[in-house]
Write a protein that binds this ligand. Structure first.
Ligand SMILES: [Ca+2]
Ligand SMILES: [Ca+2]
Length: 594
C-alpha cells in the first residue's frame, strides 16, 4: 500500500509540474537542472551538478565500484584537448548532466562534451578585452547549471549564461570594472534559483562581495560587501537598489578611509548548506598587504562569512587571520560535516586555511570547536586559542613597518611560514564520512617578506610588500594529508616533490583521488595513504577530479594543464619546477572490466 501511495504522490507531483510549465507558471524547474537536483547532488550518483559535488563541498561520492581492489583496472576512455595556443592553468571542475560534460578552460572558455565519447557538442569562447588583470593566471574553476542554463564567470568580470544544448548566450551581465582589477575565476553556485558569485582582485584593492542574481535572468537580487563600512543592497522587480544595511560598523576595525579599497576578495566563491540555509563565503586578504597602514582586525577580511540567502545579511563571521600581514586570504572552502565528539553530533564545518591551521567551527553560529596545524611549520602565530577563538601571535614574525626601516622605505624582512601561497590554496579539500578524515592537499614553504610604502591607484597592484618564496625541504613541497578533525592529528601523508595545486575527490571505495603538477592523477587508499593507482595525463593537474555513474559504470574525470599562481609568483619555487610543461585537456576514466 505504501508503495502505491508513494507512486500516486509522484504522479501527482509530475502532473502539477507539467501543468505549471504548460501554463507558464512557476519556474523552469520541470526542465533541466532544478534546485532539488542541486540540493541532492551529493546523494545522486548519476550526475555532478554543483561545484564541490554537492553544495556542502565534501567532494565525496558513495560510489564504490572503483575501490582499492578494482582501481588497478582503471583506464582512460577518452581525452579531449582544449586546443588553441591558449593553454596555461586549467583549474576547472567538470559538471556532468544528462550524458553531457560541461567544462571550463583557461581564457574564459567552456566546452560541452559527450561524456561517453568525448565528442565536442559546442564550445563558447568569451571575447576578452586587452587589459584584463587576473592576478594569478587566466584560470577558471568551473560553471553552474540551472534550468537549461550553464553559467560561468569570466576574466573581464562578467557572468555569462548559455543554453546548455546550443551554447548560445541567454544572458550576460557585467559584474564590475576589469580596469579596476576585478575579474572572476570561481565557479558560481546555485542557491534557491539564485546564482551566487564572488569577485577576484584582492591584489588591486577591489571590494570583496557576494552577489545573488536570479539564475534565469541574471537580474540582481542582493549584494553583500564583505569589507566593513560598505552598504549592502537588495533589488526589487524594477531593478532599483534598496539599502540593506552596512556590513559591520564603519571604522570599527579599519582606520580612516582604507576600508574604501579594503580588498577581501571573494575569489574562491562559496559553499551552501541546505540544513542551516547558510551560504559560506571565504574572503581574501585586507588591502594593502602592509598591515602597519591599517591597525585593527580589518573585518571581514581573511574570514569565513555566513550569509542568509533570503535577505543577503551576514549571520556570523569567523576571522581566521585578524589583521593579516602575510596575504593569508581566508577564501578557502568551508565544508559542512557532522562533527561527532563525546557522543554528540554537532553541525560543523571544516576549513584548511591558507595560514596553516585547520579550523572546525559550529556552522550554526561560527563558534570555534577545534583548530590545529596541518603543516609542519607556522611562524606567524604560536597557536589558536580555543577559548577566545583568536590566534596567539608571534609579534616578532610580523613583517616590519617601513616607516621604521633605516631609509623609511623598507621594513624589517622576516621569514614567514607558510608562504602567502598558503598551507593550502585554491586546491580543494575533501571529506569522507566513512573514514571521518579530511583530505588536505598541503604545501610546506616559506617566504622572505617585507613591507614598503604604497598608496592606492586604480588598476595598479596594491601590495606595499615585497617577497620571495622558497621551499623548506629538498625532497618535497606538497603532501596530501589525511587529518582527523576531532583529534587534530595528521593521520597519514603522501609527499610530492612539486607543490600540490589540485583538489581532492574521496569515495566510498576507500579512495582519495588527486592530481600532481608532475602530471599524475593518483588514487590513494583513503585509510592508509598508500598509493594504489596513478596515470600520467601529459601536463600538470591543478584541478579537482569528479566521479559519477553512467549506464551502470563508474567514471572518473579530471582536467589537466599546469599553471596557476605558482609559476607566476613562486620565486625560487617557480624556478625549481620550471621543468613542468603546460597543457590543456580533460581525461575520462572507467574500469576496463566490470
Ligand atoms: Ca549528483
Ligand atoms: Ca591575496
Amino acid at each position: 500500500m505504501e508503495g502505491r501511495s508513494k507512486s500516486n504522490k509522484h504522479w501527482a507531483a509530475a502532473v502539477s509540474l507539467i501543468a505549471a510549465s504548460v501554463m507558464g507558471m512557476g519556474s523552469i524547474q520541470a526542465k533541466g537542472v532544478s534546485d532539488a537536483d542541486i540540493v541532492q547532488d551529493a546523494a545522486t550518483a548519476n550526475d555532478v551538478v554543483s561545484f564541490g559535488m554537492g553544495t556542502q563541498g565534501q567532494r565525496y561520492s558513495a560510489l564504490d565500484k572503483i575501490n582499492t581492489e578494482s582501481v588497478k583496472d582503471l583506464v582512460p576512455v577518452w581525452s579531449m584537448s582544449f586546443g588553441g595556443e591558449k593553454q596555461r592553468g586549467q583549474e576547472s571542475q567538470p559538471l556532468i548532466h544528462d550524458g553531457v560534460m560541461f567544462v571550463t578552460a583557461s581564457y574564459s572558455r567552456i566546452f560541452a562534451l559527450d561524456v561517453k565519447t568525448g565528442k565536442k557538442l559546442w564550445k563558447y569562447e568569451h571575447r576578452l578585452p586587452d587589459g584584463i588583470m587576473p592576478c594569478c593566471d587566466v584560470v577558471n574553476r568551473g560553471a553552474a547549471l540551472f534550468g537549461d542554463l550553464v553559467i560561468f564567470g569570466t576574466l573581464d568580470a562578467q557572468l555569462v549564461a548559455l543554453n546548455r544544448e546550443t551554447g548560445k548566450v541567454v544572458w550576460k551581465e557585467k559584474v564590475d570594472d576589469y580596469h579596476a582589477g576585478y575579474s572572476m575565476t570561481a565557479a558560481p553556485i546555485i542557491v534557491k534559483g539564485m546564482v551566487i558569485s564572488g569577485v577576484s582582485g584582492g591584489e588591486f584593492g577591489v571590494i570583496g562581495r557576494v552577489e545573488a542574481r536570479d539564475a534565469l535572468t541574471g537580474k540582481m537580487k542582493w549584494v553583500r560587501p564583505v569589507v566593513e563600512g560598505h552598504m549592502g543592497y537588495t533589488y526589487g522587480a524594477d531593478g532599483k537598489a534598496k539599502d540593506n544595511g552596512i556590513s559591520g560598523t564603519t571604522n570599527a576595525t579599519w582606520p580612516g578611509d582604507l576600508w574604501k579599497t579594503g580588498g577581501a576578495a571573494t575569489w574562491a566563491g562559496a559553499t551552501y548548506d541546505p540544513e542551516t540555509n547558510l551560504i559560506f563565503a571565504g574572503t581574501g586578504n585586507p588591502a594593502p598587504w602592509n598591515s602597519h597602514l591599517r591597525p585593527g582586525d580589518n573585518l571581514f577580511s581573511s574570514s569565513t562569512v555566513a550569509i542568509n540567502p533570503e535577505n543577503g545579511k551576514i549571520v556570523w563571521h569567523y576571522q581566521t587571520t585578524p589583521h593579516d600581514g602575510w596575504d593569508y586570504d581566508g577564501v578557502n572552502e568551508f565544508v559542512s560535516f557532522d562533527y561527532v565528539k563525546d557522543g554528540k553530533t554537532i553541525k560543523a564545518g571544516g576549513k584548511a586555511d591558507r595560514n596553516g591551521f585547520f579550523f572546525v567551527l559550529d556552522r550554526t553560529n561560527g563558534k570555534l570547536l577545534n583548530a590545529f596545524p596541518f603543516v609542519n611549520k607556522i611562524t606567524w602565530a604560536k597557536s589558536i586559542d580555543l577559548k577566545t577563538g583568536r590566534p596567539v601571535y608571534d609579534d616578532a614574525n610580523r613583517p616590519g613597518d617601513p616607516t621604521k626601516g633605516a631609509d623609511g622605505k623598507k621594513g624589517e624582512v622576516v621569514t614567514s611560514a607558510p608562504s602567502f601561497l598558503g598551507g593550502k590554496n585554491q586546491q580543494q579539500i575533501a571529506y569522507n564520512p566513512k573514514t571521518g578524515y579530511f583530505y588536505v592537499p598541503a604545501n610546506e614553504w616559506a617566504m622572505d617578506i617585507w613591507n614598503e610604502p604604497v598608496s592606492y591607484k586604480k588598476g595598479a597592484a596594491y601590495l606595499g610588500a615585497g617577497f620571495t618564496i622558497k621551499a623548506l625541504n629538498e625532497d618535497y613541497i606538497g603532501a596530501l594529508r589525511a587529518v582527523d578533525p576531532v583529534t587534530g592529528k595528521i593521520v597519514w601523508e603522501n609527499k610530492n616533490y612539486a607543490p600540490l595545486w589540485g583538489g581532492v575527490l574521496t569515495t566510498a571505495g576507500n579512495l582519495a583521488f588527486y592530481g600532481t603538477p608532475e602530471g599524475y592523477l593518483k588514487a590513494l587508499d583513503a585509510t592508509t595513504g598508500k598509493e594504489v593507482w596513478s596515470f600520467q595525463t601529459g601536463s600538470g593537474v591543478v584541478a579537482p577530479p569528479v566521479t559519477w555513474e553512467q549506464d551502470g559504470e563508474q567514471y572518473i574525470a579530471v582536467v589537466s594543464g599546469w599553471g596557476g599562481a605558482v609559476p607566476l609568483w613562486g620565486g625560487d619555487v617557480a624556478k625549481r619546477v620550471n621543468f613542468l610543461e603546460q597543457g590543456g585537456s580533460v581525461w575520462v576514466f572507467k574500469l576496463h572490466k566490470s
